[in-house]
Design a protein around this ligand. Structure first.
Ligand code: 4AD
Ligand code: MG
Length: 472
């Protein structure tokens, strides 16, 4: 028996394959890491092997007659890497369809139990963050990795099927898309010897000849392509230097940003809803074992709540109506919620968790709290913005219809004291064949957090970047 699917001439198969009853009776080889070893009174050992291919382990029976039983196998401990060859047989015990009766077990690398941190005892997620090099070997992070992978695949499948082109937008940029001033500077200037001009740092001497930053969003560049190719999307890393030590913020996170020409706000909201429902369907259809783990160990009820989301249309509320609801809620909030205030996490959570008990699309926000590019509504005080909020996490999507009218865009830039020269290319798109268009950004880790029920976004990305922390 040979050939891990798709890999030419590999002499071994995955644990996921070996756990399938169709292999019973065959001789196979598996390769992976030991999760546990138990010795039976009958003079043999059970070795649980995991190779990342599925949530479950492959149980290997190692009899004491194996030549290296006393020397190697009997000492195998968690974290050791092995190659095992043997016959797949129907499992004697419950919990799995098959097990491997070993003919040979080769130890590639031991993991000294005195030093290896991932012992049988359960560790807190906080502790595991300190071991980001080892945490993918735990059940939680194995499941998380497969869930992230499946969601990524669905992102591409969905947009490709809807006729969107995948484009790559720059990571280094000179423009602040969101206007929130939360950008990381990119520079090669010597920090201990800055070139000065009239007392200020002279960035014309910097690498790009002007101030440059890590991007907070690929939207402005996505708009360039949408106004040529119709429908495009990005899926890339974005960076925000907001010093908010919360369970929902990362300094580096991944965002999916579709942008579509001839889409108005309604079309945009519909696209967002279809997209989210598609992600959930694919996840529940193909990550059963992993999601069962999150249901059992992380957030009981999560699967049923996601199924409910798939079945019902999303609720919609204008910002103004949401403020009315908050005002008459009788709840005590820490932050003010008068018309014109930015909604805080506590307000968003009240609306989505208590008021609608499900996803909520909020739209038509005051223009004073939104970026320059959002389309002004006829009332003169709101813009065609839309956010999607979900229970437990809050905002997962922020988007809008874009201002396509040249004169209105110019007066908005002016109003917000932004320099039109800095956005000359963005402005030209409105001079040359302007069209209505819309788009949004979905925070990938926020979605991962929502669907797994994990309490902290730092556990929803392999290597979190947060204030004071860039190890690994
Ligand atoms: O609402 P935001 O700031 O929107 C934009 O950046 C637009 N330019 C997107 C667009 O229209 N193309 O961010 C979009 C989403 C948020 O809804 C949230 O899910 C996520 O990005 N997000 C973060 N996720 C993790 N950590 C942070 N610090 C985040 N900031 C925003
Ligand atoms: Mg937002």
């Amino acid at each position: 028996m040979s050939g891990q699917d798709g890999i030419v001439d590999a002499p071994w198969i995955s644990a996921a394959q070996a756990r399938n009853a169709e292999h019973i009776g065959r001789e196979i080889e598996v390769r992976g890491w030991v999760r546990t070893r138990r010795d039976s009174k009958g003079g043999f050992s059970f070795v649980e092997l995991n190779d990342g291919s599925c949530f479950g382990n492959l149980q290997i029976i190692a009899e004491s007659s194996l030549p290296n039983y006393q020397a190697d196998i009997h000492n195998l401990s968690a974290g050791s890497s092995i190659v095992a060859r043997g016959i797949v047989q129907a499992s004697q015990g419950g919990g799995q369809a098959t097990e491997l009766l070993a003919k040979q077990i080769r130890v590639l690398g031991i993991a000294d139990p005195q030093d290896y941190p991932l012992q049988k005892k359960r560790h807190t997620l906080e502790k595991l963050r300190e071991w980001a090099h080892l945490r993918p070997r735990t059940n939680t992070f194995g499941a998380l990795t497969r869930v992230r992978n499946r969601l990524s695949q669905s992102v591409h499948q969905f947009f490709q099927e809807q006729g969107f082109y995948y484009i790559n937008t720059p990571i280094i940029t000179a423009s602040d898309c969101e206007g929130a001033g939360q950008m990381f500077r990119v520079t090669t200037l010597p920090l201990d010897h800055l070139p000065l001009e009239k007392g200020k740092v002279d960035f014309s001497k910097d690498f790009f000849g002007k101030s440059s930053y890590l991007t907070v969003s690929g939207q402005l560049e996505a708009e360039i392509y949408a106004t040529a190719l119709g429908r495009v999307y990005t899926f890339g890393p974005t960076f925000r230097a907001e010093n908010s030590n919360t369970s929902r913020h990362l300094a580096e996170f991944w965002m999916i940003e579709p942008e579509a020409a001839f889409f108005d706000l309604q079309d945009n909201m519909l696209l967002a809803e279809k997209f989210i429902k598609r992600l959930l369907r694919d996840l529940l259809d193909s990550c059963g074992e992993d999601m069962a783990f999150f249901e059992e160990r992380i957030q009981p009820g999560v699967i049923a709540s996601l199924r409910q989301v798939m079945e019902k249309p999303f609720e919609h509320l204008t910002y103004s109506d949401a403020i009315e609801i908050l005002n008459s809620s009788g709840e005590k909030f820490e932050y003010p919620h008068a018309w014109g205030c930015d909604l805080q996490a506590e307000h968003e959570r009240y609306l989505t968790e208590k008021h609608v008990r499900g996803p909520l699309v909020l739209y038509n926000y005051p223009k004073s709290i939104k970026p320059f590019y959002m389309r002004c509504n006829d009332d003169g005080r709101t813009v065609a913005a839309m956010d999607v909020l979900v229970p437990n996490v809050g905002e997962i999507i922020g988007g809008s219809q874009r201002e396509e009218r040249l004169d209105v865009l110019l007066s908005r830039l002016n109003e917000m004291q932004l320099q039109a020269e800095d956005y000359w290319w963005y402005i030209e798109l409105r001079k040359f064949g302007t069209v209505p268009h819309s788009g949004f950004g979905l925070g990938f880790e926020r979605v991962v957090q929502w669907v797994t029920g994990l309490g902290n976004i730092r556990d929803c990305i392999p290597f979190p970047r947060t204030p004071g922390s860039a190890e690994f």
